[in-house]
Design a protein around this ligand. Structure first.
Ligand SMILES: [Zn+2]
Ligand SMILES: [Zn+2]
Length: 343
């Protein structure tokens, strides 16, 4: 199945949390959390267009400096998103350095920072290398339906969960798209060409069934041309591919309010990355530290109806016991726990 993007954890399950989401046909990627990101080579960091930070505990934000160092003077812009206080967090990071020569760099860097409020309003600020990263206010925006960012092919939604501090959970949603069935196309005696883009555009913009599409293509016998109505082509050669939804959920308490918040964001999610910090026998510790146990993560995944789940953010105390954490999450998610543990 064709997917627009491919998500991958930056580190192993014991390392700092972070998800790198690479777009298939573009030199472009999104990033979720900025902890230790040194496992990503500079060419991968150079592809980042948008970075989403769940909260600013060090294991989720200490890598900001590394990212800045790699892209400075080489990349023109990055957009960053975070929760309450995020603009100040970025500003303080930037203020920690001396910028007397940065205006001479060949490529200026613009950091657009969006601070999501728990009230649904987003404050925005810009930091530009040319002006030594002085803070510039941008107009705030009201978020609708948890949408933080929207493009033609995908959208990004975020919601707060409680981790003692507000912490963002994210949904990366590929939009439904049209796919050409090459076999059925060939069976009609037609060849591929730029007209396919025109056809897709006509279908996506709701053109009349009878609208003529001018087909042109080249093969071993030379150029060919034909005219067919939109509806005939659409019904035979185009398939609607539903978009895939990916969730990134880390650093939260196991509370009903958190589960409810996640249900609104991620019900039926195709692929869920979710923290599984402690074993359930240590759930008192989990509660004290505002983290999920592997079993709790599995129960949440089950309530969401997640189709695939990747646990991560394992506590280093379980070094060498990753399989136990994964198995505990898996058992709760699949409902195969032998006996319901008392919780
Ligand atoms: Zn963390
Ligand atoms: Zn945290």
């Amino acid at each position: 199945m064709y997917h627009l993007f491919e998500p991958r954890l930056v580190n192993d399950a014991f390392g700092d949390p972070g998800l790198y989401v690479e777009f298939r046909d573009e030199r472009r990627a999104l990033m979720f959390d900025l902890g230790d990101i040194t496992a990503l080579p500079p060419r991968k960091l150079m592809r980042l267009s948008h970075v989403f930070v769940t909260h600013t505990h060090m294991d989720h934000f200490a890598g900001f400096d590394h990212l800045l160092r790699v892209v400075l003077g080489r990349k023109a812009a990055i957009s960053l998103f975070g929760g309450p206080g995020f603009v100040a967090s970025v500003e303080h990071k930037l203020r920690a350095y001396t910028w007397n020569v940065v205006h001479r760099y060949e490529i200026d860097l613009t950091l657009d920072v969006c601070e999501i409020g728990t009230d649904g309003e987003a404050l925005r600020a810009r930091f530009w290398s040319r002006s030594a990263f002085a803070r510039e206010a941008l107009a705030p925006i009201d978020l609708v339906d948890d949408v933080l960012h929207d493009e033609t092919t995908f959208r990004l939604r975020g919601r707060f969960v409680d981790h003692d501090v507000p912490c963002l959970a994210f949904a990366i949603e590929e939009k439904a798209h049209l796919k050409v069935d090459k076999e059925r196309l060939a069976a009609l005696g037609l060849g591929t060409g730029a007209w396919l883009r025109e056809l897709k555009h006509a279908v996506l913009t709701g053109a009349a069934d009878s609208m003529p599409i001018e087909l042109a293509w080249r093969d071993a016998n030379g150029m060919h041309a034909a005219t067919r109505p939109v509806a005939e082509l659409r019904d035979v050669i185009l398939d609607v591919v539903p978009g895939r939804r990916v969730g990134y959920v880390t650093d939260l308490r196991y509370t009903e309010a958190n589960v409810q918040a996640l249900t609104g964001l991620l019900a039926g999610v195709d692929l869920l990355f979710i923290e599984s910090v402690f074993l359930d026998c240590d759930r008192a510790q989990g509660a004290r530290k505002n983290h999920l146990t592997a079993r709790q993560a599995g129960l949440i995944a089950r309530r969401l109806g997640a189709k695939a789940v990747v646990p991560f953010h394992f506590s280093p105390r379980y070094d060498g016991r990753a399989a136990e954490l994964a198995a505990e999450m898996q058992a709760a998610w699949s409902g195969s726990e032998l006996q319901p543990a008392d919780s």
